[in-house]
Design a binder for this molecule. Structure first.
Ligand code: ATP
Ligand code: MG
Length: 571
C-alpha cells in the first residue's frame, strides 16, 4: 500500500487553527518550554484502536509535525493484563498505517515504575500521602457525594514512619490485595471528588506483561499519567473532556514533586459518530458476542476494520481534520467519513468492471468464437494510471437490474426493443429474452449489436443514452463480494440507557454475493488494493480471504454520483 508522503507534509501548512493551536502559539510567543512542542499519544493496550483514537493520533502527531516538534507513543500499561502484547502490536501497526511515526520516542508507563515508587515515597515523607486500610466499601462511604463532603479516613494521620514501613511492606508483597492502598492526602471536603484523597497505589498480585512479577503494587492512572508526561518532558498533554475534572489532581501531583517540568493538560471533545459505538468495552462485547467476525470486521469502527473495508489513511486523516477540535461534545455524521473516503478513492482508485448479480446477455449476430480486446484507461482523469485490456465476446454478463421486461420511459437501460451502450464497447439492441414462467425470473437476454458503434456514435444520428457495465462470460472470474451497511439501525444506539444497544444492531449490515462475475484483470489484484467498480462503488480486495482463483472484495462505500454524471465526464 503506497501512501503519498509528500502530501502529508504539505497538509499542515494549510490547517485551520483551533483553540489548542492558539494555546501553543501563545506559549511559543512567551518562550515557554524553550520553544519545544512535545505531545504524546497514550493508549491503554487493552483493545484495538477505533476512529476516536485516530482523531487523537491525528491531533497529537499532527501538532508535532506542524510545529516541528515530537509526539511520543506511550503505552499506559499500569494494569497488569495478559493480552497486552497483541494489542500493543496492533496499536503500533495502526499508528504507522495512519502515516505517523514516533521515531525513537517509544515508551511505556511501566518504564517508570521505579521512579513512580520513589516519588510516592517522597510524598509520604512530605506528609502528603498515607497508607489507608479501609475496605473498598468503607472508602466509598467515606468519600461523600457531589452534595456532601467526605470524611477523613481513620488512617489519615498515620505517622510518616508508619506509612513508609507499610508502603514498603505493600511493595514486598506482605499484604493481601485490597487490604491497603496508598492515598494522596489532599482534601476530603473538596467539591471535586477526584481531590478527596485519591488512591495512588493498589496491591495487585498479577504478572505484568513487561515487568513480570517484579511488582505487586501498581500505580493508578491519574498519578502515573502526569508523572510520565513530566518525565518525558511533554509540553502539551492533550486529552479528552472527561479528564477535565482530573486536571486539578494532575497539577497537584506535579506541584508536590521535584519533576523535570510541568506539562499543561488541555482537554478537547471526544469524537462520536452516529450509527456506531466508540468504546473499547462495547467493541470487545461485539467481538466476544460474535456479533461481528472480529476486531477487523469491516463493519467495525476500528482502524483495522476500516482498513479491511478499504478506507485509506489519507481519508481518515482528512476526516479528522475536517471534524476539527472542539470543546463541546458532539456527534459527527458517518456520511462525512464516507464522503472523505469517496473523495480520496475517486482520485486514487483504478476503475474496473464487475457484475454483482449477473444476467447473461447473448449477442445473436456476433460471430461465435470471436474475441476482441478493448484497451481502456484505468482512470478516466489520470492517464498516468495506464490502460488495461478487457476481452469482449458473444456472451456477456450484465447486472440483473439493468434489464426490465416492461420498463418505464425514463429507464435508460435495457428492455425489449431498447438500445444501450456496453461500456467501452458497442451499442446493443434487445431483441428477445428468456423467462422462467413459473418463477418470473429472467434467464437470458438476446441482443444484436451495431458493429459501427465501437467508440463511435451511431451513424444515423440516433441517440442512445444508457451505458451499462458488463464482463465477457467466457473470460470473467467468479468471485465473492461483501456488501456492508451501517452496523446499527439507530443513529445513537447507546442514547437510551434503558435499552441494550445491541438491540439496534442492523440485521442487514452484511450481504454476501457469492456469484459475482469480475473482469479478468481483477484476479491479479493485490490484497488490500482498491478499485472503483464502475457504476457500483468502491471495492477493496479482502486482506485475508482474497485469492486469485477466488477473488473476494469488500464494498468500501457506494458511489454517490449517478452514473449519468460520471459518464458525461468520461466522454
Ligand atoms: P475507550 O473509551 O474507547 O475505551 P479510552 O479513552 O479508554 O477509549 P485510551 O487507550 O485510554 O482509550 O485512549 C488513548 C487516547 O485516545 C486518550 O488520549 C484518549 O483521550 C483518546 N481517545 C479515546 N477515545 C477517543 C475519542 N472518541 N475521541 C478522541 N480521542 C479519544
Ligand atoms: Mg482509557
Amino acid at each position: 500500500m503506497e501512501e503519498k508522503k509528500p502530501q502529508e507534509v504539505a497538509e499542515g501548512a494549510t490547517k485551520p487553527s483551533n483553540f489548542i493551536r492558539t494555546i501553543i502559539d501563545e506559549d511559543l510567543k512567551k518562550g515557554k518550554n524553550d520553544g519545544r512542542v512535545v505531545t504524546r499519544f497514550p493508549p491503554e493496550p487493552n483493545g484495538y484502536l477505533h476512529i476516536g483514537h485516530a482523531k487523537s493520533i491525528c491531533l497529537n502527531f499532527g501538532l508535532a509535525r506542524d510545529y516541528k516538534g515530537k509526539c511520543h507513543l506511550r503505552f499506559d500499561d499500569t494494569n497488569p493484563c495478559k493480552e497486552d502484547v497483541e494489542y500493543e502490536d496492533s496499536i503500533q501497526g495502526d499508528v504507522k498505517w495512519l502515516g505517523f511515526d514516533w521515531g525513537e520516542n517509544f515508551f511505556h508507563a511501566s518504564d517508570y515504575f521505579l521512579q513512580l515508587y520513589e516519588y510516592a515515597v517522597d510524598l509520604i515523607k512530605q506528609g502528603k500521602a498515607y497508607v489507608c486500610s479501609l475496605s473498598a466499601d468503607e472508602m466509598r462511604a467515606y468519600r461523600g457525594t457531589l452534595k456532601e463532603p467526605g470524611k477523613n479516613s481513620p488512617y489519615r494521620d498515620r505517622s510518616v514512619e508508619e506509612n513508609l514501613d507499610l508502603f514498603e511492606r505493600m511493595k514486598n508483597g506482605e499484604f493481601e490485595e485490597g487490604s491497603h492502598v496508598l492515598r494522596a492526602k489532599i482534601d476530603m471536603a473538596s467539591p471535586n471528588l477526584n481531590m478527596r484523597d485519591p488512591v495512588i497505589y493498589r496491591i495487585r498480585k498479577e504478572a505484568h506483561h513487561r515487568t513480570g512479577n517484579q511488582w505487586v503494587i501498581y500505580p493508578m492512572y491519574d498519578y502515573t499519567h502526569c508523572i510520565s508526561d513530566a518525565l518525558e518532558r511533554i509540553t502539551h498533554s492533550i486529552c479528552t473532556l472527561e479528564f477535565e475534572d482530573h486536571r486539578p489532581l494532575y497539577d497537584w501531583v506535579l506541584d508536590q514533586l521535584d519533576v523535570p517540568c510541568h506539562p499543561r493538560q488541555i482537554e478537547f471533545a471526544r469524537l462520536n459518530i452516529n450509527y456506531t459505538v466508540l468504546s473499547k468495552r462495547r467493541l470487545i462485547e461485539l467481538v466476544e458476542g460474535g456479533h461481528v467476525s472480529g476486531w477487523d470486521d469491516p463493519r467495525m469502527p476500528t482502524i483495522v476494520g476500516f482498513r479491511r473495508r478499504g478506507y485509506t489513511p489519507a481519508s481518515i486523516r482528512n476526516f479528522c481534520d475536517r471534524v476539527g477540535v472542539a470543546k463541546k461534545d458532539s456527534c459527527v455524521d458517518m456520511g462525512l467519513l464516507e464522503f472523505c473516503v469517496r473523495e480520496d478513492l475517486d482520485r486514487s482508485a483504478p476503475r474496473a468492471m464487475g457484475v454483482l448479480q449477473p444476467l447473461k446477455l447473448v449477442i445473436d449476430n456476433y460471430p461465435e468464437g470471436q474475441v476482441e480486446e478493448f484497451e481502456v484507461p484505468c482512470h478516466p482523469q489520470d492517464p498516468a494510471m495506464g490502460t488495461r485490456k478487457i476481452p469482449f465476446s458473444r456472451e456477456v454478463y450484465i447486472e440483473q437490474d439493468d434489464f426490465m421486461e416492461d420498463p418505464p420511459k425514463k429507464f435508460f437501460r435495457l428492455g425489449p426493443g431498447r438500445e444501450v451502450r456496453l461500456r467501452y464497447g458497442y451499442i446493443v439492441k434487445c431483441v428477445d429474452y428468456v423467462k422462467d414462467e413459473t418463477t418470473g425470473e429472467i434467464k437470458e437476454v438476446h441482443c444484436t449489436y451495431d458493429p459501427d458503434t465501437l467508440g463511435a456514435a451511431p451513424q444515423d444520428g440516433r441517440k442512445v443514452k444508457g451505458i451499462i457495465h458488463w464482463v465477457s462470460a467466457a473470460h470473467a472470474v467468479a468471485g465473492e463480494v461483501r456488501l456492508y451497511d451501517r452496523l446499527f439501525v439507530k443513529e445513537d444506539p447507546t442514547g437510551d440507557k434503558s435499552v441494550d444497544y445491541k438491540t439496534f444492531l442492523n440485521p442487514d449490515s452484511l450481504q454476501v454475493l457469492e456469484n459475482c462475475q469480475l473482469e479478468p484483470s481483477l484476479a491479479g489484484a493485490a490484497p488490500e488494493s482498491r478499485f472503483q467498480f464502475e457504476r457500483l462503488g468502491y471495492f477493496c480486495a479482502d486482506i485475508k480471504d482474497f485469492k486469485p482463483e477466488r477473488p473476494v472484495f469488500n464494498r468500501t462505500v457506494t458511489l454517490r454520483d449517478t452514473w449519468a454524471k460520471i459518464d458525461k465526464k468520461d466522454r
